[in-house]
Ligand binder design. Structure first.
Ligand code: PXG
Ligand code: PLP
Length: 439
């Protein structure tokens, strides 16, 4: 199966992967259940990252598997434009019920990237419908990740994801990121310093004028760039400044949504209600691709004017609210509710934090960050070879039976929310060994 440079690996151009390196020594999963994957060689691997931050209830949960199978047999597809099927409404209602009060409308997409571009378009159109079509600017943040479509990379702030792709959207600006290891290294939970970085938005308002700005988009926790936890008071301050200037606040909760921080959404964990939430991943437990945009009723209602026979929002995807995704989503939310998974990260946060921070004196470790069931362990880069030390740790863990994720020289952990304490110990024990062994 895994013969080096075997021709059957040629055709697949892998996403966000070192293709040539991978194909010389492929890593293939062929089975998954609960907290584990199995490789094509039959080796068991403990999942320390919920697949890719998405399999929050663990793998191959029978209720979800059955729901997808039954749905495929009963109604495989229904057109989403000018037609619908019952589970789309049912899922939207269930998602809205989990969202902060007043956020009662849900638009479906097929990924986080599509959710982000949908949310940005909604923000622009919302202002235009209100007669403020001059609000055309979008504000993101340095080190932000908002998927890979043109809107998302424009407001995003990860250089490698942007630099090859030309000018992107016009009229975008960025807040500074909140990473401040000089003041905040090894913070347990939210760092104490940095609320004032939200004032960067006032700087951009002073530069561009509020009347030109439609929306600000941030991840409550910046995940993909290496797990940056919001400083105490930062998100509140951002909310206040947006309110003062009539700017919409979008929380990109693609990673933080569905229990990662110990509440359904990070908006609830941090007590800040945005105007729009983007989500994906945990919405269907990663089983069927799906994303969602959760919107304040007042924003949705603003669109509902003019002649009733006219389309209000010229946007949608062939697979918006796909029946298999809706069936998977409903079964996923039932599983979360039945097992208390959307608040389980809160119960495990203390244990997880202690396990993570036990690694602070290991070689190369320069910062450890945590909240809920998310952790980041930052290593010093190897001289002249950034990212390689963390990647070597990733390979060592994989060989030792634990899947972690790396971005730059930061190791990210985000296990399924069903994880047991002994499995936290196994992840951290394996990771600590690997860090000790790499040069
Ligand atoms: N926004 C945020 C905040 C995300 O974390 C997306 C949008 C895009 O979602 P889709 O479904 O289009 O991939 C994400 C996705 C990593 C990693 O390295 C993180 C993501 C995707 C791939 C890798 O941590 N998050
Ligand atoms: N490209 C073409 C030629 C199409 O006809 C469509 C949809 O009808 C799309 C792109 C968009 O595809 P999707 O709706 O799956 O995003």
């Amino acid at each position: 199966m895994t013969a080096p440079a075997d021709h059957h690996l040629d055709a697949y151009w892998m996403p966000f992967t070192a293709n040539r390196q991978f194909k010389k020594a492929p890593r293939l999963f062929t089975k998954a259940s609960g907290m584990h994957f199995w490789t094509d060689e039959g080796r068991q691997v403990l999942d320390g990252v919920a697949g890719l931050w998405c399999v929050n209830a663990g793998h191959a949960r029978p209720r979800i598997v059955q729901a997808i199978a039954e749905q495929a047999a009963e109604l495989d597809y229904a057109p989403p434009f000018q037609m619908a099927h019952p589970k789309a409404f049912a899922l939207a209602q269930k998602v809205a019920a989990l969202a902060p009060t007043g956020m009662g409308k849900v638009f479906f997409t097929n990924s986080g990237s599509e959710s982000v571009d949908t949310a940005l378009k909604m923000a622009l159109a919302y202002h235009r419908v209100r007669g403020e079509g001059h609000r055309t600017r979008l504000i993101g943040r340095e080190r932000g990740y908002h998927g890979v479509n043109f809107g998302g990379i424009s407001v995003g702030g990860m250089v490698a994801n942007r630099k090859m792709f030309g000018a992107m959207l016009a009229g975008v600006d960025h807040l500074r990121h909140t990473h401040d290891p000089a003041r905040n290294a090894f913070s347990v939970g939210q760092p104490a310093h940095g609320a004032e970085l939200a004032d960067d938005l006032e700087r951009l308002v002073a530069l561009h004028d509020a009347s030109t700005i439609a929306a600000v988009i941030v991840e409550p926790i910046a995940g993909s760039t290496g797990v940056l936890i919001p400083p105490v008071g930062y998100l509140q301050r951002l909310r206040e400044i947006c309110d003062r200037h009539g700017i919409l606040l979008i929380f990109d909760e693609v990673i933080t949504g569905f229990g990662r921080t110990g509440a359904p959404f990070a908006a609830q964990t941090y007590g800040v209600t945005p105007d729009i939430i983007t989500c994906a991943k945990g919405l269907t437990n990663g089983c069927v691709p799906m994303g969602g945009v959760i919107v304040k009723d007042s924003i949705h209602d603003t669109f509902m004017q003019g002649p009733e026979h006219l389309i209000e929002f010229f946007h949608g995807y062939t697979y918006s609210a796909h029946p298999l995704a809706c069936a998977a989503g409903l079964a996923t939310l039932e599983t979360y509710a039945e097992e208390g998974l959307l608040t389980r990260a809160r119960e495990l946060e203390g244990y997880f934090a202690e396990a993570l921070h036990s690694m602070r004196d290991l070689p190369h470790v320069i910062d450890i960050r945590n909240t809920g069931l998310v952790g980041g362990i930052e290593l010093s880069p190897r001289a002249g070879a950034p990212t390689q030390r963390a990647f070597d740790v990733f390979l060592a863990c994989y060989e030792a039976g634990v899947l972690i994720r790396t971005t730059g020289d930061t190791i990210a952990l985000s296990p399924p929310l069903i994880i047991e304490r002994a499995q936290i110990d196994q992840i951290v024990g394996t990771l600590a060994d690997a860090i000790r062994r790499v040069a």
